[in-house]
Design a protein around this ligand. Structure first.
Ligand code: CU
Length: 196
């Protein structure tokens, strides 16, 4: 009887702790909604803090809203799973100069895109900048050889290693781009761009 009561008490604490965690996540989601409010059509607001300090505090969109993104970054049918992908897409729909690191830390080295999944508004130029870590990389969207549907095809060319190397691509239409780094596809160096 006593043991039973104690077990119940522990269960209750566990449940409360879990509820607290959910509450925090929910608050974050609400903040994300607030930030994404106002339609995002006017495009005047710049999410400056997201650009300076990485993605901490940036609003996110649930990857589950875009199953093709989830699948590409987590499945291993083509290439490895990206261990830096946490199931969220960084919401840069109001960011005028979204920048992705090429050779970010992850996948047992510097074999990741940082952040791996972003959302931008149609008409936005996305910039990939090489960190110089993790040997040679490239940025390649090759729909025929990927999992799921991708609306964009592009390539930065042959893999290079030099820090500061840049590649840009302008996403004119709403859709989805799934991409990877050729030398490190097997390690999970994959990325996705949701264009809205
Ligand atoms: Cu690479």
């Amino acid at each position: 009887m006593t043991r039973h009561a104690r077990a119940r008490s522990v269960d209750r604490r566990t449940v409360l702790a879990a509820a607290g965690a959910v509450g925090v996540g929910f608050t974050g989601a609400l903040a994300g909604c607030a930030e994404g409010g106002g339609d995002g059509e006017d495009g005047d607001g710049q999410n400056g803090d997201a650009q300076d300090g990485g993605t901490d505090g940036a609003a996110t969109i649930a990857g589950s809203d875009y199953p093709a993104v989830d699948e590409w970054l987590t499945e291993t049918e083509v290439g490895g799973a990206d261990d830096t992908y946490d199931g969220s897409i960084v919401d840069w729909r109001e960011e005028s100069e979204p920048t992705v690191d090429v050779g970010a830390e992850g996948n047992d080295g510097y074999y990741a895109f940082g952040p791996p999944a972003i959302a931008v508004s149609a008409g936005t130029e996305v910039r990939w900048v090489w960190t110089g870590e993790g040997e040679t990389h490239n940025v390649k969207a090759e729909p025929e050889d990927q999992i799921g549907e991708s609306d964009y095809e592009f390539s930065s060319g042959d893999p290079v290693a030099e820090a500061g190397t840049e590649y840009t691509y302008t996403f004119d239409e709403a859709g989805l781009a799934l991409y990877h780094c050729e030398p490190h596809l097997a390690l999970g160096m994959k990325g996705a761009v949701v264009v809205q």
